[in-house]
Design a protein around this ligand. Structure first.
Ligand SMILES: [Mg+2]
Length: 231
């Protein structure tokens, strides 16, 4: 008998290639708005600054220090401020366009569909994400990932955010799973891995960029296909 019945996957940066999809979206918006005409900043600069600011805002969101609307209202003004570009050059509705465009992108990490096919034959698969309902649904459909998952738990539907135990308890109740028969797979040490530890659930850290940590990690893979050797 396999040890686990349920596998909970994180979505962003674990299956759906957030960085690649965000980069493609930002480059597209830079071009459609002709932002080069100001001669103030290059698309690469906007992309790099986006990742810095976005990371900070999501860490604050995960820690319950800000809400969803704060991410949306603060993100691009902060990016422009950090690039020292006048806010007047930020096109109206840029955030809304970004939020509408990005989830339609479909790039996933290598072998995502293969490994989900393999795991789906052995375990019940679910998503547990700190993202938002409509956005995450759109990403799952755009990337042809929705079909693999029985339940999708978001920070909106659970009214809680990883690493808080409440989102995991909500997920267990919804799926009939328990910490003992479940496994968490995700890229983020402070949300996915800390969250799994908080509820005593086993986990595998997806670490594609080979980050170093002082934490003692149960199990770790650098690419999704290696999950085959463990599960
Ligand atoms: Mg993630």
């Amino acid at each position: 008998m396999p040890k686990y019945k349920h596998i909970f996957f994180d979505l962003d940066h674990t299956l759906w290639d957030y960085d690649a999809n965000a980069t493609a979206s930002l480059n597209e918006l830079y071009a459609t708005h002709g932002l080069d005409r100001y001669g103030q900043f290059l698309p690469e600069q906007m992309v790099a600054t986006f990742f810095e600011v976005n990371y900070e805002l999501w860490e604050l969101y995960n820690a319950h220090k800000i809400g969803k609307e704060d991410i949306r209202s603060l993100r691009f003004p902060r990016i422009f401020e950090k690039m020292q570009v006048p806010l007047a050059l930020l096109p109206n509705g840029f955030e809304d366009e970004y939020v509408a465009l990005c989830p339609t992108k479909s790039k996933t990490f290598p072998h995502a569909h293969d490994i989900l096919t393999y795991l789906g034959n052995k375990y019940e698969l679910h998503i547990i994400t700190n993202g938002f309902n409509t956005i995450q649904k759109c990403k799952l459909e755009s990337a042809d990932l929705a079909k693999f998952f029985s339940k999708v738990v978001t920070s909106e539907s659970s009214q809680a955010r990883k690493p808080h135990p409440k989102i995991f308890e909500f997920a267990f109740q919804l799926t009939g799973a328990s910490a003992q028969d479940s496994l968490m797979i995700g890229d983020n040490l402070t949300s996915d891995i800390a969250g799994a530890r908080n509820v005593n659930m086993d986990y595998i850290w997806f670490n594609p960029s080979n980050q170093k940590t002082k934490l003692e990690i149960q199990q770790e893979v650098m690419n999704l296909l290696s999950l085959r050797d463990l599960l």
